[in-house]
Ligand binder design. Structure first.
Ligand SMILES: [Fe+2]
Length: 327
């Protein structure tokens, strides 16, 4: 029945569902469950939202409503100074007494503020200062698994380039940690900086084009597609990041099957770090509201990526990404 919260008896790799525990939200999912012919499926009644039949009410005449006014954009923040401030973020990161869920929330919001400030003034001094703060965020992601777990499940449906940068930075850092946990060959701090700054080149794109609802003209689309190179160039000019960070920025829109941009690189010609970032980038794009589409759930996003977009990604890395959401 739709509304049941079910637990499947087998592991993720042996069935078609992204998770082994989930809510049945549609008849289609219910039919898919039936097709799999499980011996036992546990139904958790305490987590279920089973709708009870209700007596049908007489149909009311349709009311013609006015089209709702579109939400006005949030007012632009005014900063005290054009230099980014990292003190608040550091306070939360250093606080040993904060509970993991509280620390995750506070760190997240302070990180988003930092990124918003940086993207408003993406100069060399701010890039350097932000890089230091990102180092410390990544330390938390690498060494405080409880807080990292809460961060992973914090979702904001609002899309802004700065919140997207933090989300992708965080997802990709946790994924890289998972992939490289038995290796010393990777500079996780540099990697994290590349992930958090992957879209810094968007500051070089006019916001009218970036936030345009509806179809982009070809010339506008070509303009947006310059942001990986623009970001690479900004970091190169700031001269404070290693090549491995910059390559993430340059290649994060390359696709495994060679259909990406700017250079239509294929498979392992795309740096592994950029392949990690591409997965986190698409996942966050799907799970947040955009001017042209509504957010979908993490579950639906992972399923869509697996069923319809897998050729765009490194399938092995994607599998590890899915596993992050199974705990
Ligand atoms: Fe991008």
């Amino acid at each position: 029945m739709v509304g049941m919260y079910v637990e499947l008896p087998r592991g993720w790799l042996t069935h078609d569902f992204v998770k082994s525990e989930f809510m049945v939200t549609s008849e289609a999912i219910l039919n898919q469950l039936r097709k799999q012919k499980f011996d036992d499926v546990i139904v958790h009644l305490d987590k279920s939202k089973i709708k009870r039949p209700v007596t049908a009410k007489p149909k009311q005449p349709d009311v013609i409503r006015d089209t709702p006014e579109p939400e006005p954009p949030p007012p632009k923040k005014v900063w005290d100074s054009e230099y980014v401030e990292t003190a608040e973020l550091r306070t939360f990161l250093d606080d040993k007494k904060l509970a993991p869920d509280d620390k995750a929330k506070k760190t997240y919001h302070a990180s988003v503020d930092l990124m918003e400030h940086l993207l408003a003034f993406p100069n060399e001094a701010n890039i350097k200062k932000s890089k230091q703060a990102i180092y410390e965020i990544s330390e938390m992601a690498l060494n405080e698994p409880d807080t990292a777990h809460h961060m992973l499940h914090l979702t904001t449906h609002d899309y802004q380039t700065y919140s997207h940068s933090v989300n992708v930075g965080f997802y990709a850092t946790v994924l890289a940690k998972e992939l490289y946990k038995n290796s010393n060959a990777h500079d996780m701090h540099e990697l994290s900086a590349g992930f958090f700054l992957h879209d810094i080149g968007k500051t070089a794109i006019e916001s009218d084009v970036l936030n345009k609802p509806g179809k982009l003209r070809d010339i506008e689309w070509q303009h947006i597609k310059t942001h990986p190179y623009m970001g690479y160039k900004m970091l190169r000019d700031a001269n404070c990041l290693k090549e491995e960070s910059k390559i993430i920025v340059l290649q994060h829109h390359e696709a495994y099957d060679g259909t990406g941009y700017p250079n239509r690189l294929k498979a392992r010609d795309i740096h592994e770090y950029a392949r990690i970032c591409a997965i986190a980038d698409v996942f966050d794009a799907l799970t947040t509201d955009r001017v042209y589409k509504n957010a979908i759930s993490s579950f639906d996003a992972l399923r869509l990526m697996r069923n319809e977009m897998l050729l765009n990604f490194d399938a092995e890395i994607f599998k590890r990404f899915v596993q992050l959401f199974m705990t």
